[in-house]
Ligand binder design. Structure first.
Ligand code: ADP
Ligand code: MG
Length: 240
């Protein structure tokens, strides 16, 4: 589904991603772990072109999206992204937050989008919040809305950047549960997280990033129980 070849990204003379090549197959749940500043967010943001790679190519669903002629907005619509800080529109109801993009892009008529929003809210147990505003919701509720808002665009792939890091501990579980549900339904997912339990349970593959490179990757049990590189051993010793 995604093929990354020799991806590099610099900010000024600071090399943040250093020649990354990676392949993500349909249905995979790829979890990315690694220390702060290692380039995890930048990598995710390059995948949907929120950042422009300095070098290398990214192919998504058979199309080279790093080609300058490509319509970036059309590509992004097929990739849902969920951020640490929710990024809901504060001046709009939850219903409007969910229906805005599908209607504006012509994916759905307003009535269809509304029916879809109601269905999605039901799935995450928040039907009664349709006409509330984001500031009336808890952090965990906001993040569940952010996930279904992304899903309303019927993406082929979902990207998550530390979706539970800004939450109070008692709200982490409800958000991970929604992500697990998505995973069970077969969604292709790339998830940056510090939730090692989630990585172990849901990840089909875990990538360990350090200093702009993928230093080690493996299926979760192998990676966590038998880390090969010293850097991964050191990282796991701190976080587990
Ligand atoms: P992580 O998500 O693993 O914590 P990031 O991808 O956010 O790491 O950042 C990797 C490095 O790139 C950091 O040193 C960070 O300061 C730098 N960086 C990220 N975004 C920018 C930017 N827009 N401008 C300059 N430097 C940036
Ligand atoms: Mg980050």
């Amino acid at each position: 589904m995604i093929d990354v070849k020799h991806l590099s990204k610099s900010f000024g003379d600071h090399l943040v991603l250093d020649d990354i090549s990676e392949h993500i197959a349909p249905g995979e749940k790829v979890v990315i772990i690694g220390p702060s500043g290692s380039g995890k967010s930048t990598f995710l943001r390059c995948l949907n072109l929120l950042e422009t790679p300095t070098a290398g190519t990214i192919t998504f669903d058979g199309k080279e999206i790093t080609d300058p002629k490509v319509n970036i907005d059309a590509v992004r619509r097929q990739m849902g992204m969920v951020f640490q800080h929710f990024n809901l529109f504060p001046n709009m109801t939850i219903r409007k937050n969910i229906t805005l993009a599908p209607v504006r892009t012509g994916l759905m008529k307003p009535e269809e989008a509304d029916a879809e929003a109601v269905k999605l809210l039901g799935r995450v147990g928040l039907t009664d919040k349709a006409d509330a505003y984001p500031n009336q919701l808890s952090g965990g509720q906001k993040q569940r809305i952010a996930i279904v808002r992304a899903m309303a665009m019927k993406p082929k792939l979902m990207l998550f950047d530390e979706p539970t890091s800004a939450l109070d501990p008692e709200m982490v579980g409800e958000v991970l549960e929604v992500m697990k549900q998505l995973a069970r339904e077969g969604m292709t997912m790339v998830v940056v997280t510090h939730e090692m339990g989630f990585a172990r349970e849901v990840g089909s593959r875990v990538l360990f990033m350090d200093e702009g490179r993928i230093v080690e990757q493996n299926e979760p049990r192998q990676l966590f129980d038998h880390p090969e590189s010293e850097r991964l051993q050191g990282f796991l010793a701190k976080v587990l």
